[in-house]
Design a protein around this ligand. Structure first.
Ligand code: FAD
Length: 471
């Protein structure tokens, strides 16, 4: 067997183009492309159900691009990689870096094991525009606030790497076909749920590129204003593709910047930089997913109410815009950013339930569930993050609905029980006169819930809880 075999270990880079580690592997000889489902080292952060479902389809698509030669494994990379290295007399291993603390731990251990076996390990940046350690303040510390991170850090750092093409020549090792092995990973949910979820998406590298092209062709022109309106198609919906690395942020960044820079393109790039900021926060705060960045929140009087948590998860809170968002999440594996902010604020402020409970549900249901983005965003909304929304800024879900879903299109779609209500009462049906409810065939407490919490008094309760923290 040839000595020049390189393993390329696919992780969150399920693509051929702009894949620096794969590109380098391909340039040095024959490649053995592998994927390892690691539910051991990921521990409590093992992939949620929706993500597993996406992964199944994404691996199938990648396998197809690799002519059926992707090898998939389940288990501990610390055992699997050295075994494979011996079996195939591997001389090199490449991977693109991941930034989850548990993954960094494994990679560090693994590197040492492989070096001891005289195997060269080369890791690359395939999922960030800037490495976290390349965007630091003048004092060498990490940024804690987004605006200076972006303006003084990112925009003054070295330009992001230009996207690479697919490897011009990709010689893959001949092994048994792995189609069935992807099925055997058991990634698809047992429930019909998985099928419904996936029906809203096209998955894989080709689909990701088409999504970006489509977005750049049409929707980006209204991005800055339109991105706040959940019924409009102004956002890119690239997040799951970016999370699984079916497309790189460099492709999105340079794709957008290939047009003359206007406020829409600028704003889109800024959102990509929020992703970078989340990764920087995670990289420099390994407990971002579990611990409040602001320690004073360790004393916050969170309530624990499993009934209310379930009603929130099921989209049965009786607050229409919140229910619409939670149902969008369950039905499509995605939720619009504006609505993510509304439902998370409702959970942590109006219900006073712990942000980690909300983050866990998102982790389970989102296709783009991402340890950095999810944890940083939940901390931001809760007020305990580094660059957090001030705690006293409590979204009013009624005015949020009236402002950002003016025509009610989004809310009526996901909460069809209310579709006949006039706009005036769509977001606050409990204030509608009896005859209006009757005409709209809405029976509060029967075919649509009464609010599980009073918005005014729960706001006061949240503010009181915050004051208890400061005093
Ligand atoms: C409570 C909460 C939880 C969230 N959890 C996640 C998560 O698990 N995974 C995730 O990718 N995003 C998360 N976000 C951020 C944001 O809502 C999504 O990235 C965005 O809605 C994805 O839709 P899009 O691709 O159409 O975004 P676009 O508006 O088209 O933005 C383009 C890309 O920029 C990045 N981006 C945009 N907004 C943000 C943001 N606020 N923070 C970080 N990156 C951003 C994403 O990668 C996104 O795909 C969360 C936000 C909140 C408020």
């Amino acid at each position: 067997m040839s000595k020049n075999i390189t393993i390329h270990w696919f992780r969150k880079d399920l693509r051929l183009s702009d894949n620096p580690a794969l590109y380098n592997a391909a340039s040095s000889g024959v490649v053995l492309p592998i994927y390892i489902l690691d539910d051991i080292n990921s521990g409590v952060f093992k992939m949620g159900s929706a993500s597993r479902c996406w992964l199944h389809h994404s691996l199938k698509s990648l396998n197809q691009s690799l002519g059926g030669k992707l090898q998939v494994f389940v288990g501990d990379p610390l055992n699997i990689l050295p075994e494979l290295a011996k079996k195939y007399k591997i001389s090199n291993i490449t991977w693109n870096r991941c930034y989850e603390p548990w993954q960094i731990k494994i990679d560090t251990k693994l590197k040492q094991i492989l070096i001891n076996l005289e195997i060269k390990v080369n890791s690359y940046n395939g999922s960030l525009l800037w490495e976290p350690w390349d965007v630091l303040k003048k004092d060498g510390l990490a940024y804690k606030v987004f605006t200076p991170f972006y303006h003084n850090g990112c925009l003054k750092a070295k330009e992001p790497r230009l996207p690479l093409p697919s490897p011009p020549k990709l010689l893959l090792i001949e092994t048994e076909k792995s189609l069935d092995k992807i099925e055997q990973l058991g990634l698809l949910p047992k429930l019909e749920w998985g099928k419904t979820l996936i029906s809203h998406w096209h998955i894989g590298e080709l689909a990701a590129n088409e999504r970006l092209a489509d977005f750049l062709d049409k929707d980006i022109q209204s991005y800055k204003e339109g991105r706040d309106f959940p019924a409009m198609s102004s956002v890119s919906r690239l997040s799951p593709h970016l999370h699984f690395g079916e497309i790189s942020p460099n492709q999105a960044w340079y794709g957008a910047r290939s047009f003359s820079l206007d406020s829409n393109i600028d704003h889109f790039c800024r959102e990509l930089a929020w992703r970078e900021f989340s990764y920087s926060l995670l990289y420099f705060n390994h407990e971002l997913a579990t611990k409040n960045l602001q320690q004073k929140f360790d004393f916050f009087p969170w309530r624990y109410d499993s009934k209310q948590l379930s009603l929130w998860q099921e989209g049965k809170t009786g607050i229409p815009i919140v229910d619409a968002g939670m149902r969008q999440l369950w039905q499509t594996g995605y939720m619009h950013n504006r609505i993510r902010m509304v439902v998370s604020s409702f959970l942590v402020k109006n219900l006073l339930l712990d942000w980690r409970d909300g983050a866990r549900w998102f982790w389970e249901c989102l296709f783009d569930a991402d340890l950095a983005n999810n944890s940083a965003s939940w901390q931001w909304v809760s007020g305990c993050g580094a660059d957090a929304a001030p705690y006293f800024r409590i979204f009013n879900p009624v005015t949020q609905g009236q402002k950002f879903d003016q025509s009610g299109e989004y809310t009526r779609y996901f909460v069809p029980e209310l579709k006949l209500l006039p706009d005036k009462y769509l977001f606050n049906p409990w204030e509608a006169p009896v005859e209006v409810l009757q005409t709209a065939k809405v029976e509060l407490g029967i075919n649509y819930p009464l609010p599980i919490v009073d918005l005014y008094s729960s706001r006061v309760r949240a503010l009181t809880a915050l004051k208890s923290l400061i005093s």
